[in-house]
Write a protein that binds this ligand. Structure first.
Ligand code: F6R
Ligand code: MN
Length: 187
């Protein structure tokens, strides 16, 4: 028997917000980002309850299911730790070969991509920009603007996340404010 249904989920094309059943949310505050910014002293001296970014997500299948896809909308608030813009932690996928799509909904920023040899490049993000993240590539988003940066993501349900390596060794370059210009600076 064939039938028509209403969609179960909606996302707002201007603000990005996601609604529907089983939509979850994870907030990351400055207190959660110990060790991720270049100047730990400055990060430590700031209000630790500052919200840096929030991910709204929808996981239609269980974590780890081969062939499944996950969906997320990330909002990074504007701000800086010293001269380093607010950003996501960044990660490799646990299953290294898994790729991902990001697309920018609103705001301005950069997607830092680092390959297995620790070579970094950054793609500029602006509304409607689309970014393919290949496998074996660590990825982090930086908000270089004065407004929230909102982007969508779609990734394989069995990708997993490896944050430990980034916490330990970081990326080999950082996006810093140099005389009001965002620059990709090698470590
Ligand atoms: C999923 C993915 C994004 C990020 C999100 C927050 O694989 O890349 O949904 O998880 O943008 O960034 P992280 O996970 O680096 O804190
Ligand atoms: Mn990812």
């Amino acid at each position: 028997m064939s039938y028509i249904t209403e969609p179960e989920h909606f996302f707002n094309g201007q603000k990005g917000s996601l609604r529907g059943n089983n939509v979850g949310s994870k907030k990351t505050y400055l207190k959660d980002l110990d060790g991720f910014f270049g100047d730990e002293k400055v990060r430590d001296s700031m209000n630790q309850d500052t919200l840096v970014y929030e991910v709204q997500y929808y996981f239609p299948v269980e974590d780890g299911r081969e062939g499944g896809l996950f969906f997320g909308i990330t909002t990074i608030n504007p701000g800086k730790v010293g001269d380093e813009y607010f950003m996501t932690k960044g990660h490799y996928h646990e299953k290294r070969d898994r790729g991902e799509y990001y697309w920018c909904i609103t705001g301005e920023g950069m997607l830092i991509l680092m390959d297995g040899e620790r070579n970094c490049r950054a793609e500029k993000m602006s509304p409607e920009s689309l970014h393919y993240i290949p496998g074996y590539t660590a990825h982090r988003v930086v908000n270089t603007g004065a407004a929230p940066l909102v982007f969508g993501a779609c990734w394989p349900a069995d990708a997993g996340h490896n944050y430990g390596e980034i916490k330990m060794r970081g990326f080999s370059a950082r996006v810093l404010d140099k005389d009001h210009e965002p620059m990709l600076i090698d470590e």
